[in-house]
Design a protein around this ligand. Structure first.
Ligand code: 5GP
Ligand code: MN
Length: 353
């Protein structure tokens, strides 16, 4: 099914026309695609449609993405964060809700409660498997695409005032979209479609400085991240007989290398470079749970593993979830044996199919 049709575009356009205030939300622990797609829509709505927009997400993002926001936007978000009631009220009183880069509101964290039972029209723009379409009035959903940012570009271009002309969108909006495409494709290593390269070519032709995006996203990490990677690859990587590589990132390690959780994005991809590894799993310790990131090579479903063993999901080859204590394992040290058992059971089933 085509994700962007003239009928859907007409409905979106009329929803935007009728709204004075728009809330935009995205998934917890936002990455470049979550921030890029949300910010791009915000800038379009503010600068082209003259709407008031509240863009909200839970938790911090990697400092390499700071460049997306102007100092005054960052300051404003900080001030809202300090006044919980104020931002909740602002989000809840909007005339339209747009949810980007998540399969449903359940991935937005605590703020999902604000929208339950509200009458405001809800729009989803997403590229994950199994979108919660019933919960939305309008749904742009496509999995054969690099990112929510690429899909947002298609949606924005289809609106009458842009009319297919990418150059009519503000430059910061286009930079945000290129950032989302870059990070969700792991710098053009995965999920790259012909449409992705066409989109990027258009963005660059309109003046987006790709070198600057790359510099911020990939060359501004704290030193501790690189030293942590060295430590993990040397001492912290286990590979099961089925070819599942896993690493456990404790809070103690984050402290030792003086980095924040948001600086660990992408590390999970690295073990996939090993020939016999089919899937890579990174566990990050949190209070009474581990957050889990999974990546797999073609032919192995990270999504199914995340659904079956980690209460999660995502994409076929990039997924996430949680390992709950004491529901799944009685204490933290049991995480390794949980993964080893799950890997054995999962591949016994897979390989027998
Ligand atoms: P990451 O490992 O980068 O945090 O997430 C990889 C992919 O899995 C992302 O597309 C993300 O949206 C999805 N994902 C991460 N955590 C969860 C989760 O708890 N539930 C579901 N359904 N998807 C998740
Ligand atoms: Mn995404």
């Amino acid at each position: 099914m085509q994700a962007v049709t003239s009928q859907k575009t007409a409905i979106l356009n009329s929803l935007i026309d009728k709204a004075d205030v728009v809330s935009i939300v995205t998934h917890v622990h936002p990455d470049g695609d979550a921030l890029g797609s949300g910010l791009a829509f915000k800038l379009y709505l503010e600068q082209v449609r003259r709407k008031t927009v509240f863009f909200w997400y839970e938790d911090n993002y990697s400092h390499g993405l700071d460049f997306l926001f102007t100092p005054s936007e960052a300051e404003y978000l900080d001030s809202l964060r300090k006044d919980d009631r104020k931002y909740r009220k602002a989000l809840q009183n909007a005339d339209l809700l747009i949810c980007v880069d998540c399969s449903g509101l359940s991935r937005t964290g605590d703020i999902q409660k604000l929208f339950q039972g509200t009458k405001m029209p809800k729009v989803l723009i997403d590229h994950h498997l199994s979108p919660d379409a019933d919960a939305f009035d309008l749904c742009f959903s496509e999995t054969e695409i690099s990112s929510a940012s690429e899909l947002c570009l298609q949606v924005l271009k289809s609106l009458p005032d842009i009319d297919g002309d990418t150059s009519k969108l503000p430059l910061r909006c286009l930079t945000a979209l290129l950032t989302g495409i870059t990070t969700d494709t792991n710098n053009f290593a995965n999920s790259v479609f012909p449409s992705t390269l066409t989109a990027v070519s258009e963005l660059m032709a309109c003046g987006v400085d790709r070198d600057r995006v790359i510099e911020h996203v990939y060359n501004e990490y704290p030193e501790g991240r690189i030293r942590l990677i060295g430590h993990l690859m040397d001492k912290g990587l286990t590979i099961t007989p089925e070819g599942v590589a896993y690493m456990v990132l404790t809070r103690k390690l984050l402290r030792k290398f003086q980095i924040e959780e948001s600086d660990t994005q992408g590390i999970v991809n690295m073990p996939l470079a090993i020939k016999n590894v089919r899937m890579s799993i990174l566990l990050r310790e949190e209070f009474r749970q581990f957050r889990v990131s999974l990546r797999s090579k073609k032919g192995t479903s990270a999504n199914r593993f995340a659904v079956d063993y980690f209460h999660g999901g995502g994409h076929e080859n990039a997924a996430g979830g949680k390992l709950l204590i004491p529901r799944d394992i009685v204490f933290r040290a049991k995480a390794a044996s949980y993964i080893e058992k799950s890997a054995k059971a999962f591949f016994e089933k897979e390989d027998s199919l």
